[in-house]
Design a protein around this ligand. Structure first.
Ligand SMILES: C[S@@+](CC[C@H](N)C(=O)[O-])C[C@H]1O[C@@H](n2cnc3c(N)ncnc32)[C@H](O)[C@@H]1O
Length: 365
């Protein structure tokens, strides 16, 4: 199962299909590819590609995919591809680490990413031509301020940060280093380890088996493929190591806990906010009951106190009339995915959201 991103006019596709798809076995043509998913941010390339690759139509499918956006939200199954081909596309995105993280999530553990990229910033001809186009200047990373390409050593670092083994193989276009301008870089998606952050749903339900918790847990595990999801009662928080946990607090969906705190409640909630690796704190409707809005002030203070941790403390008020459990769970999943699975720049963390009529509202401009 192969996915190609930014397939465009299909030059990488042609090479892949020639190499892998059909091999002569006497009279019979055989293919080593089960499906080849040809994607691009724009569907404008598909008609020509369908014509160009019509001999392979039994294995090819055409879908739009923006590698900068959440991939599960675009209808792609996580951990479902053996290979991803990205020919001269990732450098054309704003945040390389975020794009690579999105691709990593689509690969099966052990799956390979085949990147074809320019690797020289000192070859100025490309900037003279492509620099006329705004897309050349999208990169947000300081190392890409003047040229979107980076070296194989820099790819190695970012690949590792995005959940890959790094650059396993670097195949240069020329052996002479003076003439080497492009590389094929191969990396492997690393199996999620048990050291991965845990996801903890904080609840006031002692057994942790309310309809919402059960649905949320199964959405996180089955749809978002998040391992290690557990439910913890809010009065057990102080006994739980939360330092690697992203928490989803649903306790204030039931009642405004913060506005009437007993000492034990305070101690547990303090431990949660001061030690967790990240949180989505969900409350009832702050428009009809201002007591639910105390978390907004509290998290603003905790963010100052924890600024060195770069912790992401997110709040979400669910307005009346409340969505049904399935809609609520999928909205929470979307927010979780955007905040804790995608890689966010510093200005995108610590959001304060309101869910109203199936739309997210934010206080950020
Ligand atoms: C330089 S072309 C490379 C095309 C093709 N891979 C090749 O090697 O011939 C870059 C391609 O990436 C696509 N692209 C740009 N930004 C993208 C994004 N965010 N997600 C997916 N594709 C994107 C463009 O539409 C374009 O087709």
């Amino acid at each position: 199962r192969i996915l190609e991103v930014g397939a465009g006019t299909g030059s990488s596709t042609a090479a892949m299909l020639d190499g892998l798809s059909q091999s002569s076995d006497g009279e019979k043509m055989t293919s080593r590819i089960e499906t080849y998913t040809f994607t691009d941010v724009s569907s404008g390339f598909f008609e020509k590609a369908q014509e160009k690759f019509k001999a392979h139509k039994n294995i090819l499918e055409y879908r739009t995919l923006n590698v900068e956006k959440d991939v599960s939200g675009q209808g792609f199954d996580l951990q479902s591809y053996d290979f991803i081909v990205a020919g001269n596309v990732i450098h054309a995105t704003a945040d390389i680490k975020k794009s690579l993280t999105n691709l990593q999530r689509l690969l099966k553990p052990g799956g390979k990413l085949i990147l074809h990229e320019g690797i020289r910033q000192d070859y100025l001809w490309s900037g003279i031509s492509f620099g006329q186009l705004p897309g050349w200047w999208l990169g947000v990373e300081p190392i890409r301020q003047w040229n979107p390409w980076i070296t194989p050593a820099q790819w190695d670092v970012i690949l590792k940060e995005a959940g890959f083994s790094g650059v396993d193989l670097n195949l240069p276009d020329r052996q002479d280093p003076n003439l080497h301008t492009q590389s094929l870089l191969i990396g492997t998606a690393v199996e999620p380890s048990s050291a991965q952050p845990q996801t903890v749903i904080v609840t006031t339900t002692q057994s942790g088996d309310s309809e919402l918790i059960t649905a949320l847990k199964s959405h996180l595990e089955l749809t978002l493929k998040i391992p290690n999801v557990s439910a913890v009662h809010y009065l057990d928080l102080a006994n739980t190591d939360l330092s690697k946990s992203v928490c989803i607090s649903v306790m204030e969906l039931e009642r405004p806990v913060l506005s009437d705190l007993a000492l034990t409640e305070y101690n547990n909630i303090q431990h949660l906010l001061v030690t967790c690796a990240g949180i989505i704190w969900i409350t009832g409707d702050i428009l009809t009951n201002p007591s639910f809005n105390m978390i907004t002030g509290l998290t603003r203070t905790v963010r100052w106190e924890r600024d060195i941790d770069e912790v992401n403390l997110v709040t979400l008020s669910v307005c009346e009339p409340r969505p049904d459990v399935n809609d609520l769970v999928s909205s929470i999943g979307r927010l979780y995915s955007q905040q804790f699975i995608s890689t966010l720049t510093a200005d995108k963390i610590n959001g304060e959201y309101m869910l109203r009529s199936a739309s997210f509202f934010s206080a950020h401009v």
